[in-house]
Ligand binder design. Structure first.
Ligand code: DGL
Length: 292
């Protein structure tokens, strides 16, 4: 039975796979009284190699599914999707759902990084799609146009974290890959580094070691959780519950694989994972993008 009081509806969180569980983790800690539904679009992973048109279309498919499940707020826990499609998703939700809010991960992180940097030189590690979008440059410049951003695309990192060869994540090979991506940032002497992909917090200690102790790492989770709290407060949508809420999982790929990987990202027990096939959204005006 769908909840009659909109405050009792779940917050929906989504990503290309399990990476967004690092954001859900933060939400479960910061706003434990809320209910959550998480969707991992693992059948179409990695988003980091997708075009903006594809990402916009995928975002609409997912939004339709989550709205049908009575979500009161959509959280895009994927930097690639946020960078490419957040304004379009916000526009469409405003037009088609009587104003369900959609919030994403880029802006809160950019604001936090600008607040933290002393040298005015920030580094960014992110997927190819996120770097190509220029979304972080714009978000940083909107807060302070005198802060420089050095962006490094890390095409191999999210796939290695999501699906480590042989199942073993923390290998020398991974260390070499991470060192390679960090090298330009170390050379440029940035003092603050944004982890611009929700998969990367899993290898944060390794990244910190490569960057050095002096570098401050900024991730999406905590800043985004604060923004969720503000949205719920301003819309009078915060749950009035005193105890803990529930959380559940949907994925478009193999539910068993999602379950096996997910616990490590969530750092909490995973409940049932339901497989869903997403219907193409009638709201998506962009044409299907032919893949090679
Ligand atoms: N978790 C996605 C992000 O935050 C990246 C992984 C992918 O390429 O799908 O950008």
């Amino acid at each position: 039975m769908p909840a009659a009081d909109p405050r009792d509806r779940p917050i929906a969180v989504f990503d290309s796979g399990v990476g967004g569980l690092t954001v859900l983790h933060e939400l479960l800690v910061s706003l434990p009284q809320e209910d959550y539904v998480y969707l991992g679009d693992s059948a179409r992973f990695p988003y980091g190699e997708r075009t903006p048109e594809e990402l916009e279309r995928f975002g609409m498919d997912i939004a339709d599914e989550l709205i049908a499940r009575r979500a009161k707020l959509l959280v895009v826990a994927c930097n690639s999707m946020t960078s490419a499609a957040l304004p379009a998703l916000q526009r469409r939700m405003l037009e088609t759902t009587l104003g369900i809010d959609v919030i994403g991960v880029v802006r809160p992180e950019a604001a936090q990084a600008v607040a933290v940097t002393r040298s005015g030189r920030i580094g960014l590690l992110a997927t190819r799609a996120t770097v190509a979008s220029g979304a972080y440059e714009r978000a940083v410049a909107a807060v302070d146009p005198h802060v420089d951003l050095l962006a490094v695309a890390c095409p191999d990192l999210a796939p290695l974290v999501q699906d480590p060869p042989g199942g073993d994540l923390f290998t020398r090979e991974l260390e070499d890959v991470v060192r390679g991506y960090c090298a330009p940032l170390v050379e440029a002497g940035v003092d603050t580094v944004i982890l611009g992909c929700t998969h990367y917090p899993l290898v944060r200690p390794m990244i910190q070691r490569m960057l050095g102790r002096h570098a401050t790492i900024v991730t999406s989770g905590a800043a985004l959780a604060r923004q969720v709290e503000h949205v719920l407060g301003s819309r009078d949508l915060a749950s009035g519950r005193a105890g803990e809420g529930t959380y559940s999982f949907l994925c478009t790929g193999d539910a068993g694989a999602f379950r096996a990987l997910g616990t490590r990202f969530l750092q909490m027990p995973l409940t049932e994972v339901e497989h869903v096939d997403l219907a193409p959204s009638p709201n998506a005006e962009v044409p299907a993008w032919p893949r090679p």
